[in-house]
Design a protein around this ligand. Structure first.
Ligand code: BGC
Length: 748
């Protein structure tokens, strides 16, 4: 009875104060401050600590799990948030314990890794980034939030906004690729999608910008490994997508597993206080990544868990995911004066503010609605959108003699370990995706498109392993075919977390299988599914067409068929460079020059910055991607002199000169020729995606302001310098500069 009364008091307070709707721009002062403080006044220290504890339920564990009795912890008020719990039935059961069986009845927050869809699985984030389509990316996150929120989830651990320049790192699949400008735009689109325009709506969820920071720069691409870089590199390349997420009102941040310049991210006051709170004014709460507080011990930074807890709290970590450190040690740390209670109050305030903003104090069960769950999950509209996003995410890497698209009358031999796959096709982090049943394989997509009679299928080999006993069968099915389509790549678990690789070629016997099939002399189309760039130098030389589909999601098979048989025209462009071999890594488009660049007219000259055995150029550069049609560009610039307080306007007339309607992603690159910090060779500064009918022309414009020309100078000021700049607009990053302008001295 007493418990119920306190909860009622909280509810009334909630109702009184929540009449104003909370929009998603959370970086202003919270409108819930008063009711949060009134609850805080009722709380014991133990109850406060409980709010800073996040535990996994028994489902979908991604690391060492320390607690099997999370239900008992909830009952004792020792847990404020739970992750890996969803479905209306399960979340209701747990929420009831928190609301009805704890003294204050404070509702739980349910978190989950809703990374690229919830039940309807969209292409992996790296794939989606290749669409360069902000509206579509936002929509995919919106749908993910709609489905997740219908199943009791309040909070996603996404978007991952880590810039990644090393394809050995398996988590490159979870982000938006290698470019900071594009990555920042995508970070905003995803935050908008998850959080919608108003967090108090039932179909919006809290987003979480992760992993703060520089996790993608792990040495040698080995997951969780050391990161050490200059502050300039950190601020120029790795931080802007996080700042973009803050500007978009992201509700929460997650720290990263790595150390940065000798200090683990979860104890890094430079990152968590100086930058995140003081410079950027972030008002949401910060959660650790999994047991990263405990991991400070093997890092050699803390002598024991209590010490680690002290370091994390004092650095500004509000919530401990899974590590039990706050639960077990915070009280003593406060009693000993090593951590102030005010620090814990601030953390609890931020956490409760989010619970208020979701409306959980009005109704803790408002996200738990079986009717909405039934209507929403895997709805027709969601599946259709997933199919569209998958098509837009695919990148055509090669298409010799216009082999693609295939006519629907052709006889097809469909071969390969991923051709009839319904598990890997939805990729890694497809946690709640329905693996059996909902996902459409390529075989199924082809049958639906052209009928069973024109297709002969054989697996040929496994993704990994050395069994070539089915090679003969694979050769056999090619017998009466006109064209051979091979579906190959990685298993879904070969990218994502803890999935670093040093050999990036097609795993197992897959290349050997292509070699055997190639002997038939028939044209081969290679359809790839993979979570990272692969080294495809041999494949590029030996097959006629290559379509990169990444892991395209639930509707993947239909989307592949749409592209292969020409119902849609591929338009995706790479957001990550494909190296020729692993030795070239890191290789990315915006590298710097050296004092000894290669002279293109004397490629063999000694004492130049190059390899003896391979070109400096990657196999497929950033921004690259073919279409069934072709485009020409006619670029103009309004002035050769950039005067103070003005802009440079670049216009590009783009014409579809081929035989198909199509979409083109036009990219603007700029090069600052001389400045007080050496510049990258080029930097993406704008892009536009346009759709052009066969023979049609359209003119697009880009305006360049001085803001686009800023960099971190020697004193770490973000500014621009006068001088000459070059630029080009085109359909890939590896094109030559065509125009230039001069930025005048400001006082001229
Ligand atoms: C990952 C995070 C994820 C968390 C919870 C960790 O292992 O690094 O990205 O959000 O698990 O599942």
């Amino acid at each position: 009875m007493k418990k119920l009364k306190i909860f009622l008091l909280i509810s009334v307070l909630g109702l009184l104060f929540s009449c104003t709707t909370q929009n998603t721009k959370l970086n202003t002062e919270s409108p819930y401050r008063k009711q949060v403080d009134s609850i805080l006044n009722l709380m014991t220290l133990d109850e406060k600590i409980g709010q800073t504890v996040l535990f996994t339920s028994g489902w979908d564990v991604t690391g060492p799990s320390m607690n099997d009795n999370y239900k008992e912890y909830i009952k004792q008020g020792k847990v404020g948030a739970v992750f890996n719990a969803f479905t209306t039935r399960y979340t209701k059961e747990l929420q009831q314990i928190a609301v009805e069986e704890t003294r204050l009845g404070i509702p739980l927050l349910f978190g989950y890794d809703v990374i690229h869809g919830h039940r309807t699985i969209f292409p992996i984030p790296l794939a989606e980034s290749c669409s360069w389509d902000m509206k579509l990316i936002e929509k995919s996150a919106r749908i993910a939030a709609t489905e997740a929120s219908a199943e009791g989830i309040h909070w996603t651990f996404a978007p991952m906004v880590d810039i990644a320049r090393d394809p050995r790192w398996g988590r490159i699949s979870e982000g938006a690729g290698e470019d900071t400008y594009l990555g920042s735009r995508i970070a905003k689109a995803r935050v908008r999608g998850f959080q919608g325009d108003n967090l108090s709506k039932e179909n919006t969820i809290l987003a979480c910008a992760k992993h703060f920071a520089a996790y993608g720069a792990a040495q040698a691409g080995r997951d969780y490994h050391t990161v050490d870089m200059s502050e300039r590199e950190l601020r120029s390349i790795y931080l802007p997508p996080f700042k973009a997420a803050v500007d978009e009102g992201v509700a929460t941040f997650m720290t990263s597993f790595n150390e940065l310049d000798g200090i683990p991210a979860s104890a890094n006051t430079f990152l968590l206080k100086d930058i995140l709170r003081n410079e950027w004014g972030f008002k949401g709460f910060v959660v650790t990544d999994y047991t990263s507080i405990n991991e400070m011990i093997p890092h050699g930074y803390a002598k024991d868990e209590k010490h680690a807890g002290e370091l994390a709290t004092n650095a500004g970590v509000d919530m401990d995911m899974q590590g039990s450190v706050y639960l077990n040690h915070l009280k003593l740390l406060i009693e000993e004066g090593k951590v102030s209670e005010e620090q814990i109050n601030s953390a609890v305030r931020r956490i409760l503010e989010m619970k208020f903003s979701l409306g959980l104090f009005d109704n803790p069960y408002r996200y738990i609605d079986p009717e909405r769950e039934k209507e929403t999950v895997l709805s027709k509209h969601h599946l259709e959108t997933a199919r569209k996003v998958a098509r837009e995410s695919m990148v055509l890497l090669k298409n010799e003699n216009h082999l693609l698209p295939l006519s629907k009358e052709k006889k097809i031999a469909l071969i390969g370990p991923l051709a009839n796959d319904e598990a890997s096709i939805i990729g890694n982090w497809s946690a709640a995706g329905d693996r059996k049943g909902a996902a459409v394989s390529v075989l199924e997509g082809f049958i639906k498109k052209i009928g069973e009679e024109n297709i002969r299928y054989e697996k040929g080999c496994e993704i990994i392993g050395g069994d070539f006993s089915r090679f003969n069968k694979a050769v056999e099915v090619t017998r009466n075919s006109d064209v051979i389509v091979m579906v190959m790549g990685e298993h879904q678990n070969m990218s994502g977390e803890a999935a670093s690789r040093t050999n990036l070629s097609l795993p197992g016997l897959q290349r050997d299988l292509i070699k055997s099939i190639k002997k038939t002399g028939k044209p081969i189309v290679l359809i790839l599914m993979n979570g990272r760039p692969l080294t495809l130098t041999w494949e590029d030389q030996n097959v006629a067409a290559i379509l990169e589909t990444w892991f395209p999601g639930t509707m993947g098979g239909h989307a592949v068929a749409d592209i292969i048989f020409g119902d849609d025209n591929p338009s995706g462009k790479l957001t990550t460079t494909f190296p020729r071999n692993v030795g070239q890594i890191p290789v990315y488009y915006n590298m710097k020059n050296t004092g000894r660049p290669i002279d293109p007219n004397k490629p063999d000259e000694k004492y130049k910055s190059k390899y003896l055995d391979v070109s400096n150029k990657p196999l497929y550069p950033f921004g690259y991607g073919l279409s069934y049609t072709s485009f020409t560009y006619d670029v103009n610039i309004n002035d050769k002199v950039f005067r103070p307080n003005s802009e440079i306007i670049v216009s590009a007339k783009i014409t579809n000169t081929g035989d198909y309607d199509g979409e083109e992603i036009a990219q603007l690159y700029i090069h600052d020729k001389v400045r007080s910090i050496t510049p990258p060779l080029k930097e993406l500064k704008g892009f536009k995606k346009i759709s052009l009918k066969k023979g049609e022309s359209k003119t697009i414009t880009f305006s360049i302001s001085t803001n686009d020309l800023r960099f971190y100078d020697q004193e770490m000021n973000y500014r621009y310098e006068p001088g000459e700049f070059e630029l080009f607009v085109g359909g890939s990053s590896d094109l030559p500069f065509t125009h230039s302008f001069e930025l005048m001295e400001l006082n001229k």
